[in-house]
Design a protein around this ligand. Structure first.
Ligand code: N01
Length: 514
């Protein structure tokens, strides 16, 4: 998606159009950048005291991106000098901070400002926002609202009995308590998802022992250069050869994202192993099992415990450069696969009656991904409440717009998460491009509001649902954050990345009530 080839001044200098962006993470900054280029007045409301979103909030040890940074970066800064292929949280936070400074975006951001509610005032074709900051509650107005609040930032606390009784320090991995010194402590960690796989190897070095409670093992994708710096030769090329970074990004794009999709798609005629969904998926499964066997050569019992019994990509696959198997083999790390019964004052008790003593309890239990846009209250035309409309099953057209919510747009909304590879930044840029295109439509046509047609929205969602059921994550019954309480895949985009790019290239006026 490229720079807007228009400005508001050229199209409709006097038209009232003030846009509020909610969130100054990666998506909010991308939106701000494009609106600035188009000369559309905007402000960003950010509840935190800095930019960065998830890269500001997640500070657990070992936190890093698991999509190569030469893809996981803005297309408008494509020669950024990344230190690693998969950079650390700190490098990413610095990148977003620098971007906001270089583009002079911070003067548009109100930090420490949380949006409590947004209500559409139909008679005046505008949104009224209730915001809370240090000074109290206030109301703001805007013609259009862009929600850039992310999917994975509301921690999910498990419903395990006795959790509140634990006597020692206890925290969620996304709210890491850096005041708790883990040196020499007995630590219990619940969960073995992307977060745990990154921090457990590090805390295992400090703790006296770690009890790791695994409910479902993750598939590991061998990634030898996961922690490596970018090689000097490649770094030289990226720094010095004109447009090399663009070509490198294009090559990564073709190789990673689009290539993997066929290996995770369902073959309806597949009659092979029930732990795979097609012959190619089975091939991938066997490769991944071989990796586990090779990484844990002398411990078939451990291999059994960590081998998933669901198809590859039914849950998010995690990168590994040997660190996770090595951690599991440490004598002071105990992998517990017995279900948790409850938490006691002094540790975690499993269903077999065993008590696993701990001084510190860390919940690496993920996020409430399905609760899009909570806890905000969003009220559209005719007083329709967005969350009541959704009823726990969030849907939107292209993940961006919802009927009855004129001029309200989402970035990284329902069904825009990418599963196997590729960069969510690419998706956000596509959504931003589309939203900016919608604003252009408003200005060109002299309209005050634009609203997605219900039949367009419903037809799109039916397509998405059909396609998701033909992917490993939709077909498998394994529990994952890709699915909502109704069992529907509400997070994932089931098509190719190119397909999202094509569909968001420019809005079709016929899709809207304008
Ligand atoms: O969370 P998760 P995460 N009793 O939901 C377990 C992004 N991210 O924070 O699988 C026992 O994956 C749960 O078990 P199960 C990335 O998109 C990215 O690790 O549900 N266990 C699981 O093992 C990622 O996918 C990066 O059976 C319980 C774990 O807790 C997403 O965020 C880094 C339980 C939760 O794993 C989420 O990752 C970090 C219970 N009651 C995050 N409840 C990178 O870019 C939950 N679990 C590298």
């Amino acid at each position: 998606p490229g720079r807007p080839d228009w400005t508001k001044a050229e199209l409709a200098a006097d038209a009232p159009l003030h846009v509020v962006i909610i969130g100054a993470g990666m998506s909010g900054l991308a939106a701000a950048h494009r609106l600035q280029q188009a000369g559309v007045p905007f402000e960003i409301l950010e509840k935190n005291s800095d930019v960065g979103g998830t890269w500001l909030e997640n500070t657990y040890p070992g936190c890093r991106v698991d999509v190569t940074n030469h893809l996981y970066s803005f297309s408008f800064t494509d020669n950024h000098d990344w230190p690693g292929h998969f950079s650390t949280q700190r490098a990413l936070l610095d990148y977003f901070r620098d971007f906001a400074d270089e583009q002079d975006l911070k003067r548009h951001i109100r930090f420490g400002t949380e949006v409590v509610a947004a209500e559409y005032v139909e008679a005046e074709h505008r949104w009224e926002l209730e915001v809370r900051d240090a000074a109290g509650s206030r109301r703001l107005r805007a013609q259009a609202v862009i929600s850039a609040v992310g999917q994975l930032n509301r921690p999910s606390y498990p419903k395990i009995s006795g959790l509140a009784d634990f006597a020692g320090p206890s925290f969620h991995s996304a709210r890491w308590d850096h005041d708790v010194d883990l040196t020499g402590k007995r630590v219990a960690v619940i969960g073995t998802g992307a977060s745990a796989v990154q921090f457990v190897p590090i805390i295992a070095e400090q703790a006296a022992e770690v009890h790791l409670f695994q409910r479902t093992p993750p598939w590991l994708v061998p990634t030898p250069d996961y922690h490596d710096p970018v090689q000097p030769g490649l770094r030289w090329l990226l720094r010095n050869v004109p447009h090399y970074a663009r070509w490198y990004r294009f090559w990564l794009f073709c190789r990673s994202a689009e290539g993997v999709l066929p290996a995770v798609a369902v073959d309806p005629d597949w009659t092979g192993d029930p732990r795979s969904v097609s012959a190619r998926n089975e091939e991938l499964r066997q490769l991944l099992v071989a990796y586990l066997e090779m990484s844990l050569p002398d411990d078939p019992e451990l291999v059994r415990k960590v081998t998933p019994q669901y198809p590859p990509a039914a849950k998010r696959m995690l990168r590994d450069n040997g660190t996770w198997p090595a951690t599991l083999q440490r004598e002071d790390v105990h992998l517990v696969t017995e279900p948790i019964q409850d938490v006691t004052a002094t540790g975690v008790r499993t269903a077999d009656g065993r008590q696993h003593d701990a001084d510190v309890l860390i919940l690496a239990t993920g996020f409430q991904a399905s609760n899009f846009l909570t806890p905000m209250r969003v009220t559209g035309r005719d007083g329709v409440n967005l969350h009541r409309r959704w009823g726990g099953d969030a849907r939107a057209y292209l993940g961006i717009t919802v009927p009855e919510f004129p001029n309200f747009f989402m970035i990284y909304g329902p069904n825009t998460n990418i599963v196997v590879n590729g960069s969510i930044i690419f998706f956000s840029e596509c959504a931003v491009n589309y939203i900016v295109g919608c604003l252009r439509l408003l200005l060109e046509r002299g309209s005050a509001a634009l609203e997605c047609r219900a039949e367009v929205h419903d037809g799109f969602n039916a397509d998405v649902d059909r396609a998701n059921l033909l992917m490993s994550w939709g077909k498998s019954t394994v529990h994952s954050w890709y699915k909502n309480e109704h069992g529907r895949v509400a997070q994932n985009w089931p098509f190719s990345l190119m397909e999202y790019w094509k569909r968001t290239k420019r809005p079709d006026p016929a899709d809207f009530l304008l």
